[in-house]
Design a protein around this ligand. Structure first.
Ligand code: PA5
Ligand code: NI
Length: 195
């Protein structure tokens, strides 16, 4: 049996208002240009890129060894906005190790979680401050900011889960979350599985 790396217990500070974890040893900033082709409205995407390539979301993570048995602690901050009618969202991913789950806790703002499986399952659920969502193994997940302020959530997942972005980059999610008459509305994604 391979022994887990022995590390010391630790505590971190989470700023519940900003989502910033201190200390944080991995910070990721994703601009629209890092998500080429992921929004349905390609003309809207070009317009937003020319308008300054907005920062769509930021991630604050505390890394520990990527071993089975360890957990990663992370917060995500999705800034408000839309590309065309589609709300700002994360790239979304399956875990590279499909048999790993994840828990999210809403901290600030109004969001949605979109989920799907490779067997055709599809689900969506709102996240507001205090909502705990359980993402079971095998479900791809993407979060969306449907509000007018930052949408901030906390997450915990197995350190050896990894991220498979490629499957979502090629297939997309079954549903899109768009603004219709001021209301967040789920519509079928016409390009799902077709790219
Ligand atoms: O572990 C998670 O699922 C989250 O921390 C996400 O990685 C984070 O919200 C950013 O989304 P993505 O990894 O799809 O770019
Ligand atoms: Ni994940």
């Amino acid at each position: 049996m391979i022994a887990l790396k022995y590390i010391q217990p630790f505590s971190l500070k989470l700023d519940l208002r900003t989502g910033i974890i201190g200390p944080c040893n991995r910070y990721i900033q994703r601009r629209l240009s890092d998500m080429a082709g992921m929004y349905a409205d390609h003309a809207g995407e070009q317009k937003a890129l020319q308008g300054g390539d907005p920062v769509v979301y930021e991630v604050y993570q505390y890394d520990v060894p990527n071993d089975n048995g360890q957990l990663l602690i992370v917060t995500s901050v999705i800034h408000p906005g839309r590309i065309g009618q589609e709300y700002h969202m994360t790239k979304g991913h399956y875990h590279a190790r499909r048999d790993t789950a994840e828990v999210y806790v809403g901290l600030q703002g109004q969001g949605y979680l979109l989920l799907c499986t490779e067997e055709g399952g599809s689900k969506s659920m709102p996240i507001e401050p205090g909502t705990i969502t359980y993402i079971p193994p095998y479900w791809a997940h993407r979060t969306v900011n449907v509000g007018s302020e930052d949408f901030i959530f906390f997450g915990v997942y197995p350190a050896d889960a990894g991220h498979d972005y490629g499957t979502i980059e090629s297939d997309g999610f079954p549903m899109l979350l768009v603004e219709r008459d001021g209301v967040p509305t789920l519509i079928p994604n016409p390009s799902h599985g077709r790219r």
